[in-house]
Write a protein that binds this ligand. Structure first.
Ligand code: H79
Length: 433
């Protein structure tokens, strides 16, 4: 945000500016302007606001999260036996896409391969043929998934982690340099497969570009050479939106985890990724799901600061997204049906968010004010604003009185029951912003 804007900020607005809870770990990443997308090629992604993350793989069978192999020190040969049992009877990518659409999501990102090394596609570069087409499932899940996303009009996203726990060279890249080189070869080969065999890929979401679980992705760039890797990606997918976790800064920044979002509008494109079931990303018998209201508030707080939300679900070993999670997502979808005009396609502002109280977004001649809490006062005073407001209303129905006073805009807010929050208010301006 421009400093000039800060000078005009006062009171609550300024207080929120001072304590952002958003953490971007990619600050030290390698920059390269020629790899980066033009802002106009990022606009579609920024407009969408809400996507579905899917963590799915062999780890769905033990059902203790996607880190089970490492956390429980399961030897690679033993872990590999899970592939003999991985025959997902009810895998249906169209159903995943339907669930995402009904939730109001606009894109999906599937873990084509996580740190355990098991690839969900027919992967000639896979070390030891550890992929779903050459094991019991005999299926190319990525092929079905990418086709389903496209058919449903959803952005097609693939997650790929080049690190692989099966390689001793991952943990000791200098001591086992030859072994580490094999892992790197697999990483380049598999990235190329994903970028060249499945049509247009809209989003490439790297993870685990670090080494030996130490340092940052940027610290490991001497090994992975992210500029070389992403130059290859751009050859096949010139317009793919790429995240920062390869060690190259990417097209947007990531903030991971379910913590509450506070602080000012962030100018760079960014994405908050988090879990619907707080227990883990991969399917977990332990259930600790977010409520629909928590998800909706997260969406408002993130979009109100210029970000997207990538909300994760972990289908079970049979390929089914837990029905209780589907219900939660449906409720979010119903809210978006009514309130989505205040989310999709908007940009944050013109008012800075006030933590826990409201966020504002705008699109054309409309400002959308999402009221998160309201303590029953009659008037809400918004900061000074240089546009004339023509009318105001509640999206759920009914006009709202307002006056433009010397110090800002006074909105007369009707009594809103706590259980009805958040509430969306629309301000129609006399002239486009
Ligand atoms: O795919 C999801 C995570 O598995 C992956 N990124 C998201 C999107 C990820 N890889 N590394 N990390 C996250 C950071 C590592 C966190 C850890 Fe832990 C804390 C590793 C060990 C302690 C939590 C607890 C995860 C495993 C055990």
């Amino acid at each position: 945000m421009a400093d000039a804007r800060m000078e005009t900020m006062q009171g609550d607005e300024l207080a929120s500016k001072l304590k952002s809870s958003v953490v971007f770990k990619g600050d030290k990443s390698i920059r390269n302007a020629s790899l980066k997308l033009d802002p106009k090629d990022m606009a579609w992604w920024r407009d969408t606001k809400f996507g579905m993350f899917i963590h799915w793989g062999l780890y769905a069978i033990p059902a203790r999260g996607e880190w089970v192999m490492n956390n429980e020190k399961i030897p690679a040969e033993e872990y590999a036996k899970l592939a003999d049992q991985f025959v997902p009877k009810h895998f249906d990518a169209d159903r995943w896409a339907r669930i995402a659409k009904n939730a109001g999501m606009k894109y999906m990102v599937l873990t084509a391969r996580h740190h355990d090394g098991f690839a969900l596609w027919d992967s000639p570069s896979s070390y030891n043929d550890f992929c779903s087409s050459k094991t019991a499932a005999k299926q190319d899940f990525v092929a079905e998934y990418t086709a389903a996303c496209r058919k449903a009009g959803l952005g097609v996203g693939l997650y790929y982690s080049p690190m692989d726990w099966r390689f001793p060279g991952y943990f000791q890249p200098k001591e086992f340099a030859d072994n580490a080189a094999l892992m790197k070869k697999q990483g380049y080969g598999q990235t190329e497969e994903l970028m060249s065999k499945y049509g247009k890929i809209d989003i490439l979401w790297y993870d685990g570009g670090w080494l030996a679980h130490k340092g940052t992705d940027a610290d490991a760039s001497w090994f992975w050479e992210p500029l070389k890797l992403n130059k290859m990606v751009r050859k096949y997918q010139p317009k793919a939106v790429i995240n920062p976790r390869s060690g190259w800064e990417g097209d947007f920044q990531c903030d991971e985890g379910g913590h509450e979002i506070t602080g000012p509008i962030i100018d760079t494109p960014w994405e908050k990724c988090l879990n619907l079931n707080k227990s883990s990303w991969g399917y977990n018998k332990k259930q600790n799901p977010m409520t629909p209201n928590e998800i909706i508030r997260m969406l408002i707080n993130v979009a109100g600061r210029g970000g997207n939300v990538l909300l994760n679900v972990g289908p079970g070993p049979d390929g089914v997204i837990p029905p209780s999670h589907v219900k939660i997502l449906e409720e979010v979808g119903r809210w978006l049906e009514e309130n989505g005009k205040g989310i999709y396609g908007t940009r944050p502002g013109p008012f800075q968010p006030v933590d826990g109280r409201y966020c504002s977004m705008f699109k054309d001649d409309k400002v959308y004010l999402h009221l998160l809490e309201w303590d029953g006062q009659k008037e809400l005073i918004l900061p000074k604003f240089d546009r004339k407001i023509a009318s105001t209303s509640l999206i759920s129905g009914g006009k709202l009185a307002f006056k433009q006073i010397k110090d800002g805009v006074a909105l007369v807010v009707p009594t809103v029951g706590k259980n009805r929050l958040p509430v969306l208010i629309e301000l129609v301006l006399e002239k486009k912003l």
